[in-house]
Design a protein around this ligand. Structure first.
Ligand SMILES: [Zn+2]
Length: 87
């Protein structure tokens, strides 16, 4: 029961077989906040929603197009596997 469970969200394009990656929920929220409000609303409408307070426990799968809109794909450290601590 102590195992940390990440919940997953994804954009609508995943079902269409688009290429994409998991991003840390915190980076996703930060990226949304950098956008203009109307852009942020548009991108957020394509991703299943979650409480921003839960972001540290959320992995967000984004296709390349959505990641580009959020400008996350030029930030390799935003990728979920890069956030794990090295032993
Ligand atoms: Zn997408």
């Amino acid at each position: 029961m102590t195992r940390q469970v990440f919940r997953e969200r994804d954009c609508v394009h995943r079902d269409e077989g688009a290429e994409g990656e998991f991003y840390n929920g915190v980076f996703y929220v930060q990226a949304l906040q950098r956008l203009r409000v109307d852009q942020a609303v548009q991108v957020a409408s394509k991703v299943s929603s979650f409480f921003w307070a839960d972001a540290p426990h959320i992995l967000v799968w984004l296709c390349n197009d959505c990641a580009t809109e959020l400008r996350l794909n030029d930030k390799p450290r935003a990728l979920s596997h890069a956030t794990r601590r090295q032993a």
